[in-house]
Design a binder for this molecule. Structure first.
Ligand code: HEC
Ligand code: HEC
Ligand code: HEC
Ligand code: HEC
Ligand code: HEC
Ligand code: HEC
Length: 442
């Protein structure tokens, strides 16, 4: 008997050991796959300035025209201290136009290479200020380690930047499980053979009443369970039927991850700046990409502080690049290439064809806020359908909402007549005819 107990515990130990080694191997696997931050781009010659102060000065004076690693209005400035000698840079930065006019060969060359764009003069900067800026521009480039994580963070997409898709990992796990089961089976077989050879009887299991038999014998329990199951399924079937055609909370992945939180929330851009048609026509419309470029000619990347734990700066910057690809904008030369590809936004709100809904009627005439029907859009990272858009939803609001009569001549006469008819001061949209089938149905 004692040895039999041993046999079980050996199998158990073996299993735990295997499981542990599996966990450890997975852990080291994950570490291998983690993106490695590399400090690329070796620094050019460093001048003895303070890079932190330099960064402030750079952001305040130069960032409007220069980026560290990409061409903007002026050339990229990383490593510029290694390109020219410092006295020349002092002169250039304080007043480049003067230097060009004086006929300095190097200055004229830089000027011509950059399409003769004019750089502002900075006579107020001292030598040490400029040293600080140059120290900042001489810092090595740090790759954001979040670059890979950012793309993984898109909910719903299964591509992972580490190159190892989740499916392969799952497959490997399944394989390991199968191997484990087979091994356990074999070990069990060998151990029972050993036991047999040693003349030890493995005790057969004593038969007890299976739980389902006990259950079937208890008629009351069966009845209660049957009723419960029937009610539950009726509940779910009803819920499912009521869901047909109702797409509340529908939030598809868009071709460009466009965040209303960042635009309408953080940057307080008015809804009607982009959805300008909502005021005057039936449809609110999605803005054309030219509207985006009013701002994005100059906004090629987001600020460090815009990144969230879920979406990295690298992820957002990539989205703006998608916008550039779509409109055919080359940020390096600051010009359109002429190669465009339309962005296919996925339509979220969609009433059936037999329903008539008009934005201007609700937004301009009734003065209803967009948020009443679309929810707190300025907080949405991903746009979604807030309202159910059912007939009951429309009717409910028409019953409850008073029509805005003030300052609307069209209503003055109707109001006088109808308020007499209903004997009330205020009229709801319903009393104005907002429940008539023909108003909403073609
Ligand atoms: C109004 C836009 C503008 C601002 C602001 C500006 N620059 Fe420039 N910068 C340019 C342009 C344009 C060029 C290219 C030369 C030309 O066309 O005059 C240039 C060229 C340079 C060059 C030569 C780069 C090379 O690789 O040849 C340096 C160095 C430079 N700028 C430093 C600065 C510093 C430092 C600041 C901030 C204190 C600054 N710039 C602010 C527009 C600007
Ligand atoms: C900078 C431009 C811009 C601003 C400002 C803006 N939107 Fe949008 N809106 C878009 C774009 C682009 C889309 C399509 C992509 C998407 O659905 O996220 C969109 C989609 C929508 C949709 C879903 C459309 C559909 O397919 O059914 C609604 C609703 C909406 N916006 C409401 C608002 C409201 C309300 C505000 C103000 C709080 C607002 N938007 C501000 C650009 C903008
Ligand atoms: C009125 C100016 C303005 C307009 C118009 C505008 N944007 Fe932006 N956009 C911004 C600002 C500001 C930021 C954030 C910059 C930051 O955080 O540093 C931004 C950030 C972004 C980002 C990165 C964050 C995100 O939302 O994923 C994308 C992508 C983007 N815009 C796309 C668009 C598209 C597409 C349109 C046109 C439908 C558009 N923008 C119109 C000002 C604008
Ligand atoms: C009374 C409710 C209501 C108000 C207020 C409202 N919307 Fe809508 N919105 C809807 C409905 C319903 C749809 C679906 C229309 C359809 O499918 O024909 C819709 C659709 C949209 C769409 C999808 C594209 C389109 O043109 O159909 C956008 C974008 C949109 N609304 C933006 C806005 C903005 C911006 C405002 C504020 C200026 C606003 N809405 C105010 C109910 C409303
Ligand atoms: C948030 C409240 C609200 C919601 C939701 C709403 N409406 Fe309205 N609707 C109004 C108000 C208020 C008026 C009266 C506007 C006016 O002054 O003419 C109105 C007027 C109308 C009218 C014109 C009625 C007439 O007498 O000429 C139509 C048609 C209409 N709505 C259709 C719809 C449809 C379709 C939906 C649902 C998809 C809907 N509305 C959802 C508030 C709402
Ligand atoms: C305020 C606007 C409005 C009025 C008034 C209105 N309906 Fe509707 N009706 C809707 C909307 C919106 C839908 C689409 C609902 C959906 O897609 O779930 C709809 C859907 C329907 C449907 C299709 C069934 C369904 O639920 O999808 C029928 C039938 C219908 N309406 C009949 C009527 C009749 C009859 C009247 C007059 C008594 C009427 N409606 C008045 C807005 C209205």
């Amino acid at each position: 008997m004692k040895k039999v107990g041993n046999h079980n515990s050996i199998a158990k130990k073996l299993f735990i050991g295997l499981a542990l080694s599996l966990i450890f191997s997975l852990n080291s696997f994950a570490q291998d796959a983690a993106p490695v931050a590399d400090d690329a781009a070796a620094p050019a010659a460093t001048s003895g300035g303070d890079a932190v102060k330099g960064k402030e000065l750079f952001n305040a004076n130069c960032a409007a025209c220069h980026k560290m690693d990409a061409k903007a209005t002026g050339p990229a400035l990383r490593g510029v201290a290694g390109k020219y000698d410092t006295p020349w840079l002092y002169k250039w930065i304080r007043n480049s136009s003067e230097l060009i006019k004086s006929g300095d060969a190097q200055a004229v060359k830089v000027y011509n290479e950059n399409n003769k764009a004019v750089m502002s003069a900075f006579p107020q900067l001292s030598d040490s200020d400029i040293d600080n800026i140059l120290a900042y521009t001489s810092e090595p480039k740090v790759e954001a380690p979040a670059a890979a994580a950012g793309t993984v963070a898109v909910p719903g997409t299964s591509v992972s930047d580490s190159g190892i898709s989740n499916n392969i990992i799952l497959g490997a796990l399944a394989l390991v499980m199968v191997v484990l089961v087979v091994m356990l089976f074999l070990v069990n077989k060998v151990l029972s053979k050993v036991a047999k050879v040693n003349g030890i009887e493995v005790e057969p299991k004593t038969a007890t009443t299976p739980i389902w038999k006990a259950f079937v014998r208890n008629q009351f329990l069966v009845l209660v369970t049957a009723i419960f199951l029937l009610l539950a399924s009726a509940y779910f079937v009803y819920g499912f039927l009521m869901q047909i055609g109702v797409d509340q909370d529908y939030a598809p992945i868009q071709p460009i991850h466009y965040s209303h939180r960042i635009h309408a929330g953080d940057n307080e851009i008015n809804c009607k700046y982009c959805h300008s048609a909502a005021r005057v026509s039936k449809n609110a419309g999605i803005p054309s990409l030219n509207v985006c470029m009013n701002c994005h000619k100059n906004i090629g990347e987001v600020a460090e502080s815009t990144a969230t734990p879920e979406y990295s700066k690298a992820f957002y910057d990539e989205q703006i690049q998608k916008l550039y690809t779509a409109v055919g904008w080359d940020p390096a030369s600051q010009s359109y290439t002429g190669k465009t590809q339309p962005v296919k936004w996925v339509r979220i709100h969609n009433l059936p064809d037999f329903v008539y809904f008009n934005h201007s009627q609700h937004v301009t005439v009734a003065g209803i806020e967009c948020q009443t029907c679309h929810g707190p859009v300025q907080e949405y990272e991903i746009q979604k359908q807030f309202a159910p858009l059912t007939m009951g939803w429309c009717i409910d609001c028409h019953r409850k909402t008073d029509v805005k009569m003030e300052g609307n001549e069209y209503y003055t006469k109707i109001h006088a007549e109808l308020s007499k008819k209903y004997g009330v001061e205020k009229l709801t949209a319903a009393q104005m005819g907002g429940l008539e089938c023909g108003k909403c149905h073609y």
